[in-house]
Design a protein around this ligand. Sequence first.
Ligand code: HEC
Length: 94
Amino acid sequence: MRVSWAGAGAGVLLTLLAGAFAWWWMQPRTPQELFKARCSSCHELRIERLCEFEPALRPVIVEVMRREHGADQVVSEAEALVIQHYLKEEFQCP
Ligand code: HEC
């Protein structure tokens, strides 16, 4: 019996594709998901605390997290912009 290298290659390729798809599927898709995923990596979401600030001031918190608490390791600059916009314009306090 011959080993089919084409078959093995296709198997490896499929495994890689499945992995890439799983990774892609796990990514936060909306600004809200991004906020929930990134801002809960060091502490819980702190919604009550966020809501003590006016919407216009909430983006500053994201800045402070990145500058003073090392969140720039977790939240990229582009992601920070998305989260800041979300907190200012869309975020609903409970
Ligand atoms: C790298 C870790 C890290 C990440 C990521 C992070 N934080 Fe923080 N956060 C901290 C630390 C450290 C503190 C200060 C100590 C504490 O209160 O636990 C803090 C405190 C806070 C506070 C309380 C501030 C206060 O004055 O009471 C809020 C609100 C907050 N974070 C919101 C956020 C938001 C929104 C994000 C997402 C952009 C975020 N954090 C991401 C580490 C992080």
